[in-house]
Design a protein around this ligand. Structure first.
Ligand SMILES: [Mg+2]
Length: 425
């Protein structure tokens, strides 16, 4: 975060002065907010305060989008995330109206285009470097959160999906931390299991036992030194023990809506556009989740986006005649069995066998197999949200996912791709 205050001397060359400002503040500039002031006066031809504001806005608007600077002897680009310009105060004599404008910029530090100044070639291209044709196709791919190992391959898949048309398309998505947010204002958002675990319907003793399970099994789930074969039985053990504990809590079916309402769960920014766009163009959205189906359905219902094209396969609760939770229905879905082994009975994919273009959305390695049950896949685009331990996991995610979105709490990129495929000619 940096706040830099600066006023240009009336009539001086704007760009040069702005460049100096950026050069001075570059060491502190990170993703964050910066602000500085720009003075306009009749001497620089701005005229009345209202006119000055308008003119300055236009000039700034153009300049903002080409802000550049040097850092560590390399040229870096600063991508604007938002900008606002407003009049702060006028000063000076009424005859020489001088208006001070305040410009607020939210910037993201982006690697230089083409890594031209790098000592060795850049192995992975950031979205910011995907300029040219791809940027024109899907401008959102230029966001600084985007990482792509093989850009040409990715653009080829997107083009091919568009050529095949929307009647061939389906979207297969994980739910927790993919459609729902990972965090907000520095705080973690809950998964569908967490929502239940942390709710008032679970006793303190139950909460403690669920936490103990988490502390024991979660390190196993993410342990890079264990194979999937080792992890699978342990995940079944974890899910089964957690579901047994929850089933002892006398949870009422009628409490689910309130539990969700009282939780901190949030869908990613742009969820409305995603759900509504897929609904409008009749593209099936298949949500494949190792979470709790009753909870996640309630989340999307409360968000008013549970459209008829949405189909969910997840762990569902089984209630007795009095509406009290007695157990969870099978088959059990955990992080590492999200594939056709649990989908065989659902017939979902068979019904959609003509939908041979797939956009897959996930946030873990276990989500990569979600489309394995689709009979004849022609095009598949895998988009992965890398939410946590970004530096550590970047290489692994880039190898596995076509597009990696780093700490991006929005669905902007997915919506941009869909807009290109579904709408633009
Ligand atoms: Mg997930």
């Amino acid at each position: 975060m940096v706040g830099a205050a600066w006023s240009q001397a009336p009539g001086s060359a704007g760009m040069g002065a702005r460049s100096r400002l950026l050069a001075d503040t570059l060491p502190e500039l990170r993703a964050g907010r910066s602000s500085y002031g720009h003075c306009c006066s009749p001497a620089s031809g701005t005229g009345a305060p209202q006119g000055a504001a308008m003119r300055a806005s236009g000039r700034f608007g153009k300049r903002i989008f080409s802000v550049r600077g040097k850092r560590n002897r390399r040229r870096w680009r600063f991508l604007p995330r938002s900008a606002s310009l407003g009049a702060r105060r006028s000063r000076g004599s009424p005859g020489a109206a001088e208006l001070e404008l305040e410009l607020e910029l939210e910037l993201e530090l982006a690697p230089p285009r083409g890594c031209a100044a790098a000592a060795r070639p850049c192995p992975v291209r950031s979205g910011a470097e995907l300029n040219g044709a791809s940027g024109e196709m899907v401008p959102e791919l230029e966001k600084a959160t985007v990482r792509i190992k093989h850009p040409e391959h990715v653009m080829g898949i997107i083009r091919s999906i568009k050529e095949q048309g929307m009647s061939k398309l389906q979207v297969i998505s994980d739910f927790d931390m993919t459609l729902s947010r990972f965090g907000c204002n520095g705080r973690r958002c809950p998964t569908s299991h967490n929502i239940l675990d942390n709710s008032h319907v679970v006793s303190e003793d139950g909460k403690k036992k669920l936490k103990d399970l988490l502390h024991y099994y979660y390190p196993i789930e993410i342990d890079p030194d264990r194979t999937l074969e080792e992890k699978r039985p342990l995940m079944v053990e974890w899910w089964s023990r957690a579901h047994d504990l929850l089933s002892q809590q006398k949870i009422l079916k009628g409490d689910i809506a309130q539990i969700v309402r009282e939780s901190d769960v949030m869908l990613r920014d742009g969820f409305n556009e995603l759900f509504d766009q897929l609904h409008e163009y009749d593209v099936p959205l298949f949500i494949f989740s190792a979470g709790v189906g009753d909870i996640l359905e309630e989340i999307i219902r409360q968000a008013n986006v549970f459209h008829p094209n949405v189909n969910v396969v997840s762990n569902y609760m089984d209630f007795d005649d009095n509406g009290v939770l007695k157990c969870f229905k099978g088959p059990l879905i955990h992080t590492y069995n999200k594939n056709n082994t649990v989908l065989q009975g659902t017939e979902y994919f068979q019904q959609l066998s003509t939908r041979t273009s797939i956009i897959l959305l996930g946030d873990s390695m276990g989500d990569l197999t979600m489309a394995d049950g689709v009979p004849s896949v022609e095009n598949i685009l895998k988009v992965g949200f890398l939410n946590d331990k970004v530096e550590e996991q970047r290489g692994k995610y880039l190898d596995a996912y076509d597009i990696v979105l780093e700490s991006d709490e929005t669905l902007d990129v997915v919506n941009g791709i869909l807009r290109y495929i579904l709408i633009e000619t």
